[in-house]
Design a protein around this ligand. Structure first.
Ligand code: FES
Length: 194
């Protein structure tokens, strides 16, 4: 009979996929997830900030960083200062005073004073302020002397001297300069016209 030839497999019912029950997170679990994600975000931001602050912000030789010069790059005592446009400063060696790195921006309204050999002083082309070789105010509307940068002088005998808090020229005391390191990230404002 035809019905006797039907195999057992052909009459088995198809296997139904088992439904997997997924429970929606409870309100408490949901808040835990949000809380955990927030903590992770805050920690990530704090870590990134820490790394960013620990990295040097400026490279050597770029404004904001440190510039290094050998003795041959520094003007003779009392000679005209040397302009360093990349660092926005002047290398200056006023006789009997020592070495100073002067910020090349006028303290009045920010023009760039030029060194005028014939008058032996800096003169600002905008409103006529004038400054000595050591950066001291002479005359004009500028409210104070030229600012200067913190500097370290390394002498030939291996000793060093740093700019004081007032930014005065670093005395040489008869020693010879081997090199200077000028930190353009540390500007010293002079107080008043001195
Ligand atoms: S900007 Fe130099 S005198 Fe005014």
């Amino acid at each position: 009979m035809a019905t006797a030839s039907v195999t057992k497999a052909s009459v088995e019912k198809p296997v139904q996929a088992q439904a997997v029950e997924v429970n929606a997170p409870t309100r408490r679990e949901f808040l835990y997830y949000i809380w955990g994600a927030s903590i992770a975000l805050i920690l990530g931001q704090a870590t990134a900030g820490l790394i960013w602050f620990s990295l040097p912000r400026f490279k050597a030789g770029e404004f904001g960083g440190t510039f290094t010069y050998d003795a041959k790059d520094i003007p003779e005592a009392g000679a005209a200062p040397r302009n360093i446009p990349a660092g926005r400063f002047w290398l200056s060696l006023p006789a009997d005073e020592g070495f100073v790195a002067l910020y090349g921006v006028c303290t009045h309204l920010g023009c760039l004073p030029k060194w005028v050999d014939t008058n032996n002083r800096f003169e600002c082309p905008c409103h006529g302020s004038k400054f000595q070789l050591n950066g001291r105010y002479i005359e004009g509307p500028a409210p104070r002397s030229l600012d200067r940068f913190k500097t370290r002088v390394i002498f030939e005998d291996g000793t060093t001297a740093d700019t004081n808090d007032d930014g005065d020229p670093i005395p040489l005391n008869g020693k010879k300069i081997a090199r200077v390191e000028i930190n353009t990230g540390a500007r010293i404002r002079r107080n008043g016209q001195v």
